[in-house]
Write a protein that binds this ligand. Structure first.
Ligand SMILES: NC(=O)c1ccc[n+]([C@@H]2O[C@H](COP(=O)([O-])OP(=O)(O)OC[C@H]3O[C@@H](n4cnc5c(N)ncnc54)[C@H](O)[C@@H]3O)[C@@H](O)[C@H]2O)c1
Length: 373
């Protein structure tokens, strides 16, 4: 797979060793000059570097994954096509390339990132680049580089240039010792994946930069996201997307999690809406910087039954992947998102029935259009 090849190449570059056998960091060493921004004791300080009446200038990193293209579409509708720049290390398909500004950006390249932010007068940074849970476990050095070193670059750039920064976290930021049903915003977080560890690190570093340097850091813990027009990037909740594709293509679905594995989930439109809302929320409404958001919670068996209401012939078998199952068993079964609902009015639109109808309608109409051509 091209993505995997690219990522493997980056991993090799990251761990190149000189003749002495020492590990060399390819990241530039730098210090942060925050002089204008240091207001450490004022928790209500926020770095709004654009006039509130103007449109923000947005950069989305890792924009070619499951979520970035949809978010760019939503933000472009609101702020104008040229005010939202998608970036990634992969080559965009024609449909993305011709729909608005796209730029190459490797988040491990600090100078290149800074140049993009400066030259394009970026005011909001949406940081989507990451290696997800299952892919991360398969390549820990690369996950550590992209998810942790990459985040450090993003934090420094955002702080130096007074950006509003959004970094998504995940249900994977919790672990087996967290309360699982429901999981509140504040509790023990001892995840057992590099993905989870890197996301707890991101939450803590973002909050630290907020309190220490006034960085306008905003973070939502997304549940598993389900989308029809984009493929998931190697997470533990991917089965909940794959079931729809397989149901329509073959009428048979092999699930890699046990039938009773309950996880929090959300339709992509709700996820993107929440991201926009928290970015636009007045700073005074945010009592925290990292919020759980949720829409529904179901098991593979429950999802299959809902799909079978529309496609009675769908056959579901279970072939459990031990690694994904262990990850899922350590994650929240349900998310308590009452703080998001209270503080900035979070409200989901899609429940499981609505999700299933929407996914099947979309994929069926896509198949009919394909057959007609
Ligand atoms: N999709 C979900 O269900 C879900 C759930 C919770 C949180 N999240 C978070 O949301 C964000 C977006 O998720 P997604 O599903 O779109 O991920 P994805 O895996 O589909 O996409 C991630 C993108 O990051 C890019 N990337 C990898 N290394 C990079 C580098 N060095 N520089 C720049 N880009 C690089 C990849 O090319 C890819 O396009 C991630 O941070 C993820 O942790 C996603």
């Amino acid at each position: 797979m091209p993505v995997v090849r690219t990522l493997t190449r980056v991993a090799k570059q990251m761990t190149l060793s000189p003749a002495c056998g020492c590990q060399v960091s390819v990241m530039p060493i730098r210090s942060i000059g925050f002089s204008p921004r240091q207001v450490p004791s004022d928790a209500s300080f926020h770095s709004v570097s654009f006039s509130e009446t103007d449109h923000p200038r947005v950069l989305i990193t890792g924009g070619l994954g499951q979520l970035g293209v949809g978010l760019a579409k939503l933000l472009r509708k609101r702020y104008g096509k040229n005010n939202v720049i998608l970036s990634d290390i992969r080559k965009p398909p024609d449909s993305v390339f011709y729909s608005g500004p796209f730029i190459y950006s490797d988040i491990l390249d600090y100078k290149n990132l800074r140049e993009i932010v400066v030259n394009n007068r970026i005011t909001w940074l949406i940081h989507y680049s990451a290696l997800l849970s299952a892919v991360g476990e398969a390549n820990v050095p690369l996950a550590r580089a992209v998810n942790i070193t990459g985040l450090h670059n993003i934090l420094d750039i955002a702080a130096e240039h007074g950006l509003r920064l959004f970094v998504p976290s995940t249900i994977g930021a919790f672990g087996p010792t967290s309360p699982r049903n429901p999981t509140p915003d504040l509790c023990v977080q001892r995840p057992r994946t590099i993905y989870g560890v890197s996301k707890v690190h991101a939450e803590l570093m973002g909050e630290y930069y907020h309190y220490r340097y006034g960085l306008d850091f905003r973070c939502l813990r997304y549940p598993g996201i389900i989308s029809a027009d984009s493929q998931p990037g190697g997470g533990t909740t991917d089965y909940a997307v794959q079931i729809f594709h397989d149901a329509i293509k073959t009428g048979r679905f092999t699930c890699n999690l046990k039938p009773d594995t309950r996880l929090p989930m959300m339709y992509i439109d709700d996820c993107l809406k929440a991201t926009l809302e928290v970015m636009e929320a007045p700073a005074s409404s945010l009592t925290m910087r990292t919020y759980n958001i949720n829409a529904m919670s179901f098991t593979p068996e429950e999802l299959a039954q809902e799909v079978q209401k529309h496609m009675t012939e769908l056959e579901v078998v279970y072939d459990v992947d031990a690694i994904r199952q262990a990850i899922a068993d350590s994650w929240p079964m349900n998310f308590d998102d009452s703080n998001a609902r209270k503080d900035w009015g979070w409200k989901h639109d899609f429940d499981m029935a609505e999700l299933v109808t929407t996914m099947l309608n979309y994929l069926n109409s896509e198949r009919l259009a394909f057959q007609a051509n």
